[in-house]
Design a protein around this ligand. Structure first.
Ligand SMILES: Cc1ncc(COP(=O)(O)O)c(C=O)c1O
Length: 429
């Protein structure tokens, strides 16, 4: 069967497409349940309230799921990260380490607290921060590292935690893509000092637990929990009881005037989606593994590697492969993608841009127009070639959707399409 497909002319050269089944998610989000809980809140008049009712129920359920005592809801993942940076003491003059391959929202809150971003190489076979390079970039000014389990791929938590503890720096886990993923049997978000989760988007393509626009921060550290409340949760119900530190309680309920509280409807949607999270993660893991197994031995493409203790999940942003052009006669990546897309494979190139190469971080900028701030003065900037390992790897990233319930036969046809295109690569040169 696959042999017959491989024998056909490439679709990009006028032959038949290898993929005839649509690239479509068949899993149905629980829309009726979502409508029911949101409508109930409307009936109850719960439009703007946090720290009680369904919001509190969801925070408690999520904390229990992650295996930590404390969870706070936010209006965005970005604000959860902001509060986390505040909690661990990030401020003007500090440096914060970040992987160079992530979404800017992971970095921006630390910059707006006055901290200079220091970008680290990623592991080119895993797409997450390289702990060896991370350690090399630690200076006496380094206050924290914010690691990102990008696209659900798990960072080396043993290495990161041991480096961080040795140097006395805080670890913030950005778990926006990986709700439910694990390291050595522990849920991600529970291992670093604080775990932050975006809940942006809706099911099935938004964050694994989505709620439109919202976020979450979890921690086992009471001091960090109280500092996050103090920083972000103006007028949250029960705030004064939660702030046990008298220094902090003295500011309640207005705190520092920042209201990054979540919308209760978003929390309600999150609560509904918790019921299917493990199912969706398991199905996506199986789908991804099926493609990875099916492509074993196919020249030019390789699955992402995973650390032995890692259990990836979430897969926001899809699943990824690394391209090795030397195995296909130097065929340019764009040409490979064109040929696969012509066969009917739903795929993309690279995903996020490299953050150190975004204008803001590559050149620096006087954001506040005052000649002070983290991106002016002796800010070094990041010209092309400053993070060579990541820049080289970035050109070779191939991305594809990862389905919970695929259209029957789609993944088999995708595997056949890869085999067909790579067998005929000389015709594309
Ligand atoms: C890795 C990462 N961190 C942080 C965020 C910010 O989350 P939000 O959009 O909820 O503010 C996102 C959003 O996509 C993200 O992908």
């Amino acid at each position: 069967m696959v042999e017959a497909v491989i024998a056909q002319k490439l679709a990009i050269l006028g032959g038949p497409r290898a993929v005839t089944v649509p690239a479509r998610e068949r899993w149905e989000p629980p829309k009726e349940k979502i409508k029911e809980v949101v409508c109930r809140l409307i009936d109850e008049g719960a439009y703007s309230v946090a720290g009680v009712g369904i919001s509190l129920e969801f925070e408690r359920r999520f904390a229990e799921y992650i295996g930590v005592p404390y969870c706070i809801g936010f209006d965005h993942g970005t604000s959860a990260l902001w509060a986390a940076y505040y909690a661990v003491g990030v401020g003007p003059g500090d440096e914060v380490l970040h992987p160079c391959y992530t979404w800017i929202c992971s970095i921006a809150p630390a910059v707006h607290m006055g901290a200079r971003p220091v970008f680290c190489e990623i592991d080119p076979e895993r797409l997450v921060i390289d702990p060896v390079d991370m350690e090399r970039r630690i200076t006496p000014r380094t206050k924290a590292v914010s690691i990102v389990h990008l696209y659900g791929n798990v960072c080396d938590m043993d290495a990161i935690m041991s480096i961080a503890r040795r140097h006395g720096i805080a670890v913030i886990e950005d778990c926006s893509h990986c709700h439910g993923a694990e390291w050595d049997g522990k849920k991600l978000g529970s291992i670093g000092d604080i775990g932050c989760f975006s809940m942006q988007g809706g099911p099935p393509f938004g964050k694994p637990i989505a709620g439109g626009e919202a976020g979450l921060a979890v921690t086992s550290n009471r001091e960090y929990y109280e500092r996050m409340l103090l920083f972000s949760q103006l007028n949250r119900v029960g705030l004064e009881q939660e702030l046990t530190n008298p220094e902090y309680r003295a500011f309640a309920p207005t705190n520092f005037g920042l209201k990054f509280r979540p919308h209760p409807w978003a929390m309600a949607v999150g609560l509904v989606l918790m019921d299917s999270l493990d199912y969706r993660n398991e199905r996506r893991r199986q789908y991804r593994q099926k493609i990875y197994d099916g492509l074993a031995g196919v020249p030019g493409v390789r699955p992402l590697k995973s650390y032995p203790k890692a259990k990836p999940a979430g897969f926001y942003g899809g699943m990824h492969l690394m391209y090795h052009p030397q195995e296909l006669g130097g065929l340019p990546v764009e040409r490979l993608i064109e040929a696969l897309q012509a066969e009917g494979v739903d795929m993309h190139h690279r995903g996020y841009e490299l953050t150190h190469r975004l204008k803001l971080f590559a050149e620096g900028y006087d954001i506040y127009g005052k000649g002070v701030g983290p991106l002016v003065g002796d800010y070094p900037g990041y010209p092309p070639g400053s993070l060579p390992v990541s820049e080289e790897a970035h050109r070779r990233i191939l991305g594809m959707p990862v389905f919970i319930e695929e259209e029957p036969g789609y993944s088999d046809q995708v595997i056949a399409a890869f085999k067909k295109v790579t067998s005929h690569y000389r015709e594309l040169l």
